[in-house]
Design a protein around this ligand. Structure first.
Ligand SMILES: N[C@@H](CCC(=O)N[C@@H](CS)C(=O)NCC(=O)O)C(=O)O
Length: 210
């Protein structure tokens, strides 16, 4: 059985468990990281020297980095295209998301609104991230030619982009008005595996005063 190390409130764990659930895989998720701890042991650092979640264990092998884990799972057990160019066409949107959406949404918007007391907020950083997200999300909103980026079933890009959207829509900041993105998110919200693994309340991650 596959083992996922990582608390379910982690936005990097959620795409992994969403994907495994969507594929009907048997797996066990262990509460590791955040308030649960467990990332500082020699055993854990051997799997991920950064001490971050998630880590996937498949038999004798372990992997870190959520994008790498997703690509492995989808190649080994899922629907990742065999053809290198077809695979790259999907991967580029996942990579675009990690380079041009994640860094504004998580380390800036989430960190400022949830992990920083209100009187210490960097409003310039928030405004800059909002502007960057508006243009990046407009590009994503233009992508779906069917309800999901991957057509009838989620693909790598859906897992990487879609898993950020719950926080994107739940946090209070200035977003672009993008009906196509709203429709894409609404389609994701119809998926039970998305609801169970991504739509996880994250209010408990707020620090006092935030
Ligand atoms: N690039 C890594 C980032 C992993 C990461 O930042 N994980 C966060 C949670 S979202 C973490 O482990 N934080 C420390 C903790 O939860 O103990 C990935 O994609 O897996």
């Amino acid at each position: 059985m596959l083992i996922v190390h990582g608390r379910i409130t982690s936005i990097n764990v959620q795409p992994i468990t969403w994907c495994l659930t969507e594929l009907g895989m048997q797996f066990q998720r262990l509460d590791v990281g955040g308030a649960f701890g467990g990332t500082d042991t020699a055993e854990y650092r051997a799997m991920n020297p950064l001490g971050l979640v998630p880590v996937l264990v498949d038999g004798e092998n372990s992997l870190s980095e959520s994008g790498t884990i997703l690509r492995y799972v989808l190649r080994q057990y899922g629907n990742h295209p065999q053809d290198p160019m077809a695979a790259a066409q999907v991967e580029r949107w996942g990579d675009m998301c990690r380079s041009h959406i994640y860094p504004h949404l998580l380390p800036v918007i989430f960190w400022q609104l949830f992990r920083t007391p209100a009187d210490s907020r960097n409003h310039f950083a928030i405004k800059t991230a909002e502007a960057n997200l508006k243009s990046a999300m407009a590009i994503i909103a233009d992508l779906p030619k069917s309800p999901l980026l991957g057509g009838n079933e989620p693909n790598l890009a859906d897992y990487q982009i879609g898993s950020l959207l719950y926080r994107y829509y739940e946090m209070e900041f200035e977003r672009a008005d993008l009906p196509a993105l709203d429709a894409y998110y609404a389609a994701l919200c119809e998926l039970p595996a998305f609801r169970d693994n991504v739509m996880i309340d994250f209010q408990a991650l707020k620090v006092p005063g935030a």
